[in-house]
Design a protein around this ligand. Structure first.
Ligand code: GRG
Length: 312
């Protein structure tokens, strides 16, 4: 049911006076329902499934899957199958968080307001739960019922977009650079490049996936790439700011960790106020890139603002 659902008519009507909170709540429900459907409701789940669910269903913001669905809606195309891709993106994101939290990496105890996967289970189980979510994502992406050659080519493009963003040239390389950068003062240029790989690539892939599945034109996809790059970086700058002045109770994770790990961040290089100014400039760039879109991209506009105003 959730895997096929579209925006209901009353929600479309509501979008005339666009209300981001209800939009996000509705989308989260849709994504959570679809994720539950994929992982199944067995009465006696294995330890591995419990560990996967522990992290996946712990209440993340669902930013990447929402962006994926929202981009598909913005380019006007059919969006029937997009929830499936959105779920795969959330699984890949969750795998990266589980592995990032491990003792060999950031060694964090709290994530999404819950004990991290290796704390709730054990290290080996957390590694396997991450591996399982990553591979399940590609199982889902490759198990579409393909209706014709064009449909098959579209999904192949999606698999390639997501695999490239999650792979050794993007997300994983970004993580390598992040670990190598502890105790080292990075230049702004190197910091930006690291974030483009570690955080930006998957956010961009989420938006491009939605645009491909929604049959966006080449021009629309190019504009959405600019939007994605700007909000991806704005997201990271805001994340750095929240790590300094966020409330751990609201964020569901520890704060001050960047300083503990002696990481180069936007606030450590630019200071808090200049970092906020920079984030706002990035949001303006993102909004400009949407100038040629109509009001179906209002949710993308509202999300750009949300990214820098968020408290978690
Ligand atoms: C282990 C291969 C590998 C990669 C890890 C994503 C990542 C790379 C590390 C996460 C560390 C971190 C705090 C990055 C900053 C930005 C970020 C990705 C935050 C978490 O994403 P949110 O805020 O989280 O969207 P929720 O829980 O809401 O989904």
């Amino acid at each position: 049911m959730y895997l096929k659902s579209r925006l209901p008519r009353e929600m479309n009507r509501k979008m005339n006076s666009f209300d981001l909170n209800s939009y996000i709540l509705y989308k989260r429900k849709q994504i959570d329902g679809a994720l539950e459907e994929i992982l199944g409701h067995t009465s006696n789940p294995s330890r591995l499934i419990n560990a996967m669910k522990h992290s996946l269903m712990a209440g993340g913001k669902r930013l990447r899957p929402i962006l994926c669905i929202t981009a598909a809606e913005a380019v006007e195309g059919k969006t029937d199958d997009v929830v499936r891709a959105a779920c795969a993106l959330e699984m890949i994101h969750t795998y990266s968080l589980i592995h990032d939290d491990l003792p060999a990496m950031d060694n964090d105890n709290l994530r999404r307001g819950q004990p991290t996967c290796h704390v709730a289970f054990d290290e080996a189980t957390a590694i396997l739960a991450g591996d399982a979510l990553l591979t399940l994502a590609f199982e889902i992406l490759s198990s579409m019922e393909l209706t014709n050659k064009n449909h098959a080519l579209k999904w192949l493009r999606v698999v390639n977009t997501i695999a490239t963003a999650a792979g050794y040239k993007s997300l994983i390389e970004g993580q390598m650079r992040d670990m190598a950068a502890e105790d080292i003062l990075l230049s702004l240029e190197n910091l930006e490049e690291m974030h483009a790989l570690k955080t930006g690539a998957l956010i961009e892939a989420s938006i491009i996936t939605g645009a491909i599945l929604g049959d966006g034109s080449l021009e629309q996809i190019e504009k959405l790439k600019i939007y994605a790059r700007n909000i991806g970086l704005a997201f990271q700058v805001t994340d750095d700011i929240l790590n300094v002045e966020g409330d751990p109770a609201v964020m569901g994770k520890d704060v001050g960790t960047d300083q503990t790990h002696k990481k180069s961040t936007y606030p450590s290089i630019l200071g808090i106020e200049k970092s906020k100014e920079f984030a706002r400039k990035l949001v303006n760039n993102a909004l400009q890139s949407l100038d040629c879109f109509d009001n179906k991209s209002d949710p993308l506009r509202a999300i750009a603002h949300y990214i820098v105003e968020r408290k978690r």
